[in-house]
Design a binder for this molecule. Sequence first.
Ligand code: PLP
Length: 395
Amino acid sequence: MHNLKDKSFMTKVIHAGMNVDKEYGAVATPIYQTSTFKFVDPDQGARRFAGEEEGYIYTRIGNPTIAAFEENVAILEGGFGGIAVSSGMAAVSTLYMALLNAGDHMISTASVYGPSRGIMENEFSRFGVESSFVDTSDIKNIENALKDNTRALFIETPANPTIVLTDIKKCAEFAKKHNLILVVDNTFSTPYLQRPLELSADVVFHSITKAINGHTDVVGGIIVPGTEVLYKKIRKVMVGMGCNMDPHQAWLVQRGLKTLALRVQRAQENAQVVAEWLEKNDKIEWVLYPGLKSHPQHELSKAQMDGFGFMISFEVKGGVEAGKKFLSNVELCTLAVSLGGIETLIQHPAGMTHSGTPKEKRLAAGITDGLVRISVGCEDVNEIIADLENALKNV
Ligand SMILES: *Cc1c(COP(=O)(O)O)cnc(C)c1O
């Protein structure tokens, strides 16, 4: 394939890694649906296991269909290589397992994706890993949480579901100074809008279940470390723990990936219009969207992102009951968790995903009673707004 290094994102996302079939020239990556690969002789098997010869051995270790996807995202993020995994949470657990030892401490964004916090506090704590969950939008909170045994800084920006940003560059400087590994969950932005490795983060990862796949039909994840050392360390743990992606899953995700830039472009255009409309609506208390001048980190989003994304949070006046009533009346906007799909998805954390979380803990993470999170899709924006307007009528 011609050199893609200097090409634009729109070209790279369509072509990078996608020239797998040397035999027949298939334009789409073939699905190598095989668990194992035949060696020509025992010596070749030995060379492959020793890493002296390139080639495949067994699909948990590597597979051409998966490798095509890994190469593509690694190029988009500007990393050393990609490590595709079975889900976003497989990425999180692989990273915790690879980067932390018993007795280590990790600092993380308080309002991270719930299970990222849950497995750290409930499972990794069983192996003696300590953690502090703080509001990372203010670097002072990170400084205050630093301990002698802190080894990693784990951030999500914009965070879920509060749309609060964390300054990646500042965190990278802090991490370098204190010898921490900086990991960024880039799910909400995708590499099209934000490339943390360019801002000196060490590792970036995604739940590709969301915008990278974009069609609400596959669960998956990918990790992209910035250096060879980190890549090898993390891949070894992924292979050992069996968190690998499946070839068919990788093939499906490549279909979605090719239109990533087109979909995100359209969805964020829609999101800007929806956010501005919500801000003018008197049934809405406040709206958080990085593209609004009223977002406290509007300037930071312009500095570290190439666009404002498709995620909006807003507070319906009237608390939990009003939020529930509003969401019982949406029709076009689909009442469901997840995000980044081609269709608009809407949910009410206090009444749904966080209904089991104690109110104090929920409020401490910024999840207020009437907070509604919307992942704006690619439909006709006037029709999205008409649906929201209709559902708000009786609130
Ligand atoms: C969904 C999500 C995850 C977890 O990904 P799965 O694919 O559901 O395992 C992690 N981080 C963020 C920000 C997410 O939205």
